[in-house]
Design a protein around this ligand. Structure first.
Ligand SMILES: Cc1ncc(COP(=O)(O)O)c(C=O)c1O
Length: 436
């Protein structure tokens, strides 16, 4: 579908990056927000709101940026959990990207998207026997083993199929990083990975089992990491552990995980991936290893926004609310992680603010908000707002709580807008419910 087909738009007289967006694919043109070559107002008019809009160009730009930093030899395995839409998986696969999955469902998505599963790494703190079997059948690149009980399951499944299962040991190096408690995964209190003692036991057990092959180590410290240092400290710690192993196994990969931080507008900036790669890649390759990276948010967050319409406003002596048609059901990050996303009017966004507003959705929870204490102009009923940087962990974490059908999703490339997920119909919500 070409948005706005049949309509001739006049020449754009004023065009600059949209203020507050981390992507130059979002433009302020003639006083309104565009995604690439399409005014987002047209997308909302055609597809309704709430609506997730993604820029294909921004996603591809990020892949190329990581390639330029980490080199062609590095394997980029996109963390499917960030945004599992099949169209995004296909877009990335066409760019040579592999995938990091954490469930049988995500692996099945890869297969449904028709992308190669030979470039998949499979993490997850508690994989079931069925998931392990499906991944072996799909011929994935490697399992990231992070619980000791997985090993006999993996060995049995590999033996039963007459294959050798490749695995990396996910180490938990006890390196807490500066991020939200719920997005930290590399501290000793976190459920993820194996401490060095358990990792040593797994390495020894793999050496005794012909159906298993150790191909590397994996560390994922958490999300929204903005400095290279934790990645370097993790690599140094894992290599010190490796050097002390007797005998030392032959390795092929070092998987440094994902978690590359972006700038959500809090002024803390994003991770400098070129600086990270410059420090880490030479150290990894000096060991004869190939780096694997698992970016999720970094590839897709800034490429997305959530369009929502103002339903009304409510003013109290202490508080003023903008009531909108998107909610925690479309974007749970503010409620779950106290995350802050830019919220801007689509039309004339640089109008003078008039007051401080909480932007809240219709869901019956006081925790249902998209933004608190935002300086915004007085907004009219029906006016469009854009919530920025919602391409990661937005639609992916959607729910139908309060019996709200899930939002549609649009992928824009130039002047082409494709509907990549239909808006759920209300009757879909009870389609699996039975009346015995
Ligand atoms: C094992 C693993 N790799 C990669 C990621 C991606 O993280 P991010 O989206 O912050 O890059 C996650 C996120 O939870 C993860 O658990």
């Amino acid at each position: 579908m070409r948005a706005g087909s049949g309509k001739i738009r006049g020449p754009v007289t004023n065009d600059r990056p949209f203020p507050g967006s981390g992507s130059s694919a979002f433009r302020l043109r003639d006083g309104e927000l565009w995604c690439e070559g399409i005014p987002v107002r047209e997308l909302a008019a055609r597809h309704g709101t709430p609506l997730h809009v993604y820029s294909a160009t921004e996603i591809l730009t990020r892949v190329r940026e990581l390639r330029a930093a980490f080199g062609e030899a590095a394997r980029i395995c996109y963390a499917v959990k960030a945004n599992p839409n099949l169209a995004i998986l296909r877009l990335l696969a066409a760019e040579g990207v592999g995938f990091d999955v954490v469930s049988g469902g995500e692996l099945a998505r890869d297969a449904a998207a028709g992308v190669a599963t030979s470039g998949v790494v499979f993490a997850g703190v508690a994989k079931s026997a069925a998931e392990i079997g499906a991944a072996l059948d799909a011929g994935i690149l490697a399992f990231n083993v992070e619980s000791e009980h997985e090993l006999p399951l993996l060995a049995a499944a590999a033996r039963a199929r007459g294959v050798v299962a490749r695995l990396a040991v996910r180490v938990n190096p006890d390196l807490p990083v500066d991020t939200h408690r719920h997005t930290r995964t590399g501290g000793k209190d976190d459920k993820f990975g194996l401490d060095f003692g358990a990792a040593a036991r797994v390495v020894a057990a793999v050496a005794r089992e012909a159906a298993l092959e150790l191909v590397g180590f994996h560390v994922h410290l958490g999300s929204q990491v903005r400095e290279p240092e934790p990645y370097l400290r993790a690599f140094t710690a894992v290599m010190a552990f490796f050097d002390a192993l007797e005998p030392r196994p032959a390795l092929r990969y070092y998987d440094l995980g994902g978690g590359f931080g972006i700038d959500y507008g809090d002024g803390r900036g994003r991770l400098d991936v070129a600086r990270l790669a410059a420090a880490l890649v030479p150290a990894i390759t000096a060991r004869g290893l190939v780096p694997i990276l698992e970016p999720g948010r970094y590839l897709v967050a800034d490429a997305g926004l959530l369009l929502t319409r103002v339903l009304g406003t409510k003013e109290r002596p202490s508080h003023a609310f903008v009531l909108v048609d998107a909610a925690m059901t479309e974007l749970i990050r503010p409620a779950l992680y106290q995350a802050s996303h830019g919220i801007v009017p689509v039309q004339d966004p640089e109008r003078r603010p008039e007051g401080v507003w909480d932007v809240v959705g219709p869901v019956c929870e006081s925790g249902d908000f998209l933004g608190k204490a935002r300086a915004l102009p007085r907004l009219a009923q029906g006016e469009l707002l854009a919530v920025l940087a919602t391409g990661a962990y937005g639609a992916a974490m959607a729910s139908s709580y309060n019996s709200r059908p899930r939002a549609a999703e649009i992928l824009v490339s130039g002047t082409t807008a494709q509907l990549v997920r239909r808006r759920e119909r209300v009757e879909d919500l009870w389609a699996e419910e039975l009346n015995p």
